[in-house]
Structure formats: structure tokens, C-alpha cells
Design a binder for this molecule. Structure first.
Ligand SMILES: [Zn+2]
Ligand SMILES: [Zn+2]
Length: 375
């Protein structure tokens, strides 16, 4: 079948993206779904900083690639060997497929699925195939999703069936922003009721972490970002204090607010000073978590003696340490009962044609979550 998709042919084209147009909207051919694959009619897809990191070359991927890794839609065709999904089911994409069989999946650590990571690195679906092409030229898949398109072929291990009552624009966000942000706080940092928490980097993921900290019963939520507009958004979503982490007095201010530091500090900014701030802000015995993806050459300097003498922990978090099939429905349930106000994350809704403008807004820090809507 034919579909329109946003395709990246060249990285590092530079800004403004609404002039350089790194993403080309093209008519491409989709192959039929193979074994354990389905066709999803995409209804909504979110613009995430990790897409931007591919566009600007911070996170290089094989090209040409059909971009987009946060999406929701409806199953319209099923391939062979599919028993858990039917035509008409509503689904959210997880940006890492989980095979369910590798040692990490069997330990409940789907975020570390080995065949999933390999497929994502190679830009193919979990079964090893590419299904998008233009003539004889096959395009790479972005994290098993390629959601900036009217239709996508996906492995069933990249999909989670959801409650059909949830609007698609909200549902899409659970696949990356909410899973990563809430999961980092709840799963990776294991925030306890009554803990204090610092969230550094207030994009869609960071603000999701604020919502998650609130839902999990954090006593004090401190939000940090360089941009005043982001700090205001965090306060509106339930943060108790907002600080500028680049201010030399910010660390002392935070320690004064918390009596020495936070129990849990989570960082999503993707800049080494932000992670350094989060690590320093964690109290003695506290935990710092990073879920950001800075350039692979970035290095954090830390004194091992603080790890020892202060028993601090520093942990990485991918996919919010989530098991998508377990956590996405659970987080959606929290949304339904009003305890996770994911709808507040959406700042813009747009058409596929305007996607480069959307990425320019994201790069300029002028948006929280922007969602492409399809008919
Ligand atoms: Zn993302
Ligand atoms: Zn696995």
C-alpha cells in the first residue's frame, strides 16, 4: 500500500528547520505485514527531543530513515502469527520492541531487550525486515515505529493494546514521554511516598516526571530548567518550586529548601552540567537518575569519594525501566482517574506538512509536546 511519511535523508542540515526542511514528506510504499507484524493506521504522533537528536546529528542513525517514535493508532491489517491483536484494536507504540524471550526480558527488564536494541540500532523491525520503500530503495525504521506517517508496519512486540476510549493524541504520549518520565521516577529511582524530588530538564519527558512524582506521592517537587517558560509550566503541573540550575546560587537554594538535598534527582536535559547539578542536588544517600541522551562523546566528571562517603547512587534509565505491556496500561489507568494529567503536556497540534516548523519550535524551546494528527 502507499502512504505518506516524513523521511530524513540528511542529518545536520541546520536551523531554522522550517527553512532547511530536514524532513521530506514523501509518498512511499509499505510492504504487507510479515510474521508477527501488523499495519497500524497512525492517528497521532508526538514530536520528541530524540527525533531532534537524529535530525541534528547528536544521535546518528542509518539513513534514509522514516522518523517518529511516539505514536498511537488503530490496527488495520494483521500478518501471520498474530493472535494478540485484531483489526480495530487501538495501540500505542513502545519505542523499543521487547521480544519477551531474551535473558533481560525474562528478568522483567524489557528496557534492556537485546534483540530489540539490536533491531533499533540497525533501523529494522524486530523480525529484521524493512517494510518501507520507494522503488527498490528501502528506508530504515525509526525505533521500530516510524510514526510520522499515515500508516506503519510494526512488530507486535513494539505495540501495546490500549483502552479505545483514550483519545489518540493523548495515548501517543504514553509511548515515550510518559513512559520515560514517569518510569524514571517510579521504576528507576524507586521514589517512595513522601520523598523529595528534583526534575532537571522540563520538556515533555521532564514534565511527565513531575506528573509521575506527584502521582507517586512526592512531598516536595523541585523543577529546574534554564527557560522561565518551562519553569512556569512545571509549576502549573504541580511542582512546588522552580529554579534555574545555571544560577550559581541554585544548589544552595535547593539545599535550603530540602534540608540538605533531595531524595531523588532525575535529569532529562541531555547536558553534562544538568546531570552534574542533579548529582550534586541528591542528598547523602540519595539517588540521581539520568534518562537523557547527550552526544556519545560527552563525559561527566565526578569524585568517586562522594559515591562512597555519601553513599550516593547514579543510575541510567532507558524506557523508564518500564515493561511497556505492563506499565503503559497502568499509567493510562492513572490518567483516566485524573491522577496523571497527560493532556496538559500537549502544547500544539499540527498536520504532517508542518512537521519541520514543529521541530524548529522544539529546538527553540517554544513547545512542550506537539502532536501530529492524522485523519
Ligand atoms: Zn522520545
Ligand atoms: Zn528481549
Amino acid at each position: 500500500m502507499k502512504t505518506r511519511a516524513a523521511v530524513l535523508h540528511e542529518m545536520e542540515l541546520g536551523r531554522p528547520y522550517d527553512r532547511t526542511n530536514p524532513l521530506k514528506i514523501e509518498e512511499v510504499e509499505l510492504d504487507p505485514p510479515g510474521f508477527r507484524e501488523v499495519v497500524v493506521k497512525i492517528k497521532a504522533a508526538g514530536l520528541c527531543h530524540s527525533d531532534l537528536s537524529v535530525i541534528d546529528g547528536n544521535r546518528p542513525r542509518p539513513l534514509p530513515m522514516a522518523l517518529g517514535h511516539e505514536a498511537a493508532g488503530e490496527v488495520v491489517e494483521v500478518g501471520e502469527g498474530v493472535s494478540n491483536l485484531q483489526v480495530g484494536d487501538h495501540v500505542v507504540f513502545a519505542f523499543l520492541p521487547s521480544c519477551g524471550h531474551c535473558p533481560n526480558c525474562q528478568e522483567g527488564r524489557a528496557a534492556l531487550c537485546e534483540p530489540g536494541a539490536q533491531a533499533n540500532g540497525e533501523g529494522v523491525l524486530l523480525g529484521g525486515h524493512k517494510r518501507i520503500h520507494k522503488g527498490d530503495d528501502y528506508y530504515y525504521h525509526h525505533l521500530g515505529v516510524s510514526g510520522f506517517a499515515e500508516y506503519a508496519v510494526a512488530s507486535i512486540d513494539s505495540l501495546v493494546k490500549i483502552d479505545p476510549e483514550i483519545p489518540f493524541d493523548i495515548a501517543a504520549l504514553f509511548g515515550c514521554a510518559v513512559m520515560t518520565g514517569v518510569g524514571a521516577v517510579v521504576n528507576t529511582a524507586q521514589l517512595k511516598f513522601g520523598d523529595s524530588v528534583l526534575v532537571v530538564g522540563l520538556g515533555g519527558v521532564g514534565l511527565s516526571a513531575i506528573l509521575g512524582a506527584k502521582a507517586a506521592g512526592a512531598k516536595k517537587i523541585i523543577a529546574a530548567d534554564l527557560l522561565p517558560s518551562k519553569r512556569e509550566a512545571a509549576l502549573a503541573m504541580g511542582a512546588h518550586h522552580a529554579i534555574d540550575s545555571s544560577d550559581p546560587k541554585a544548589l544552595q537554594e535547593l539545599r535550603d529548601l530540602t534540608g540538605g538535598g533531595v531524595d531523588v534527582a532525575v535529569e532529562f536535559a541531555g547536558a553534562v552540567p544538568a546531570l552534574d547539578f542533579a548529582f550534586q542536588a541528591a542528598k547523602r544517600g540519595g539517588t540521581a537518575v539520568t534518562a537523557a541522551l547527550p552526544h556519545p562523546d560527552a563525559r561527566l566528571q565526578l569524585s568517586p569519594v562522594t559515591l562512597v562517603g555519601q553513599e550516593k547512587a547514579l543510575r541510567g534509565s532507558y524506557l523508564g525501566s518500564c515493561v511497556p505491556s505492563r506499565d503503559i496500561p497502568a499509567y493510562i489507568e492513572l490518567y483516566k482517574t485524573g491522577r496523571l494529567a497527560v493532556d496538559q503536556l500537549i502544547s500544539h497540534k499540527m498536520k504532517l506538512e508542518d512537521i519541520n516548523l514543529g521541530f524548529e519550535r522544539l529546538a527553540a524551546g517554544e513547545a512542550i509536546r506537539q502532536v501530529v494528527l492524522f485523519d
